[in-house]
Design a binder for this molecule. Structure first.
Ligand code: ATP
Ligand code: MG
Length: 405
């Protein structure tokens, strides 16, 4: 079927009152950027619907690009035709033919906003229905939940036909909630956390800690590759690479092994918060899940979180690992995340981290470290890179992490 337009429904945007225009404009911008390879597609963000006029673009491919965009409740491919009855009947039959399978039911939903048109909506239902039945003698008519709800709308400028509604990604347009710093490791959980934050409209910047030569170039590339996967949902992502070697070495040297992990996490959070401040972020996002590991007990989180008053959003905090994995598979980050490249935490992980660290102890141990100096030196070495959808970082060479040790 050679569709001419796509009609997009906004969903949750409708509850946004005065901010509605801002949300719609953001969604239009996001759709435009997702469809950048189709400059001829015209996008109209009306108050209650968005209309994409295809101007010859492939509707199936355009729809596949709309699917991951947050802020879209559903969309329908539409055919715009002349308000000529024989054209309407013929197009209705062709449209049903493009989706019909033996045993299916249908219903015509006629609407006439052009009151000068020859048929009113009841007559439209009857006449278009008769044309369809004549072409498909086996088709049944069903008023409630028909397989094919064939919409026929007569407006002033033209007639519009459609019969499919495809579910969109839901959520809010990325960018409409402000910016957050995603602490992105190479694991399963943090990419899922980033995806879920984006779903609620957050623009994310990825902050990744690495400790060369203890961590390999490939561990870093894996994190970048995970960021590439996330670009599908909100366009390019700023990837902030934080050199963490000196801090990890100093912690290892001066802090007793049971508290190593807690102190390390506090540094990570402090650093992410400084980066957030510089880059005008409003929150920090992590992939922590309650009780999953020693650093994610309530006691640990209290001791770690006390370095900042910035909101820390933990989208997967109450999820079981299986639930997180299910999302990771759906967003295609799972296979990458389970590739065995060690990240900095795994390598410096003490054998028995405290699951109930005491804040006074943590603060006491930190006194033997030059906290501010370490942070300043670390921040001086960060690298920022814009990661795009088409980027590739892993498997460009055969360098194995083993060779680096
Ligand atoms: P993930 O699967 O996201 O790595 P995890 O279950 O392995 O999570 P941890 O390694 O304890 O848990 O990390 C908890 C959170 O801390 C991660 O979800 C991530 O947000 C952050 N984090 C851990 N390591 C790094 C890193 N190297 N760079 C940036 N953030 C990190
Ligand atoms: Mg991890």
């Amino acid at each position: 079927m050679k569709y001419t337009e796509i009609m997009v429904r906004y969903g949750e945007l409708s509850t946004k009152g005065k901010n509605r225009r801002v949300f719609i404009n953001q969604l239009v911008a996001n759709v435009r950027s997702a469809l950048h390879q189709y400059p001829s597609v015209k996008i109209y963000g009306d108050h209650d619907r968005m209309h994409l006029v295809l101007n010859g673009a492939d509707s199936a491919h355009v729809m596949s690009l709309l699917r991951p965009i947050f802020g879209i409740q559903s969309f329908s491919p539409v055919l715009k035709i002349d308000k000529d009855l024989s054209v309407i009947y013929q197009s209705a039959v062709e449209m049903v033919a493009s989706v019909y399978q033996s045993g299916m039911s249908f219903k015509v939903i006629g609407k006439r906003s052009d009151k000068s048109f020859a048929l009113d909506s009841n007559e439209l239902n009857r006449e278009v229905g008769a044309a369809v039945i004549a072409a498909f003698p086996d088709i049944t008519v069903q008023m409630v939940k028909p397989d094919i709800p064939l919409q026929v709308e007569i407006r002033n400028e033209a007639a519009y036909l459609s019969c499919e509604t495809i579910l969109g990604a839901g959520g809010l347009p990325v960018g409409s909630s402000g910016k957050g710093m995603l602490m992105l490791s190479g694991g399963i959980d943090s990419p899922v956390a980033g995806y879920l934050a984006m779903k609620r409209g957050v623009t994310i910047e990825a902050v990744h800690f690495h400790s060369p030569p203890y961590t390999s170039e490939n561990a870093l590339n894996k994190a970048k590759e995970l960021a590439v996967k996330l670009t599908a949902y909100g366009g390019s992502i700023q990837f902030i690479e934080v050199p963490f070697t000196e801090i990890q070495e100093q912690i290892k040297k001066h802090v007793p092994s049971g508290y190593l992990m807690t102190v390390t996490r506090r540094f990570m959070l402090r650093l992410t918060d400084r980066i957030r401040q510089k880059r005008n972020g409003l929150a920090i996002i992590t992939g922590e899940s309650l009780g999953q590991v020693a650093s994610q007990t309530m006691h640990s989180m209290l001791a770690i979180n006390s370095v900042t008053a910035t909101p820390v959003i933990r989208p997967v905090i109450t999820m079981d690992k299986n639930e997180i994995i299910e999302i990771a598979e759906a967003i295609d980050t799972f296979d990458l995340a389970v590739q065995p490249f060690e990240d900095c935490c795994t390598i410096f992980a003490p054998p028995q981290p405290k699951t109930k660290p005491k804040l006074e102890r943590v603060e006491h141990y930190e006194q033997s470290l030059d906290v501010e100096g370490l942070i300043d030196r670390c921040l001086a070495g960060i690298r920022v890179e814009a990661i795009k959808n088409s980027d590739q970082f892993l498997y460009k060479s055969d360098t194995q992490m083993d060779e680096l040790f």
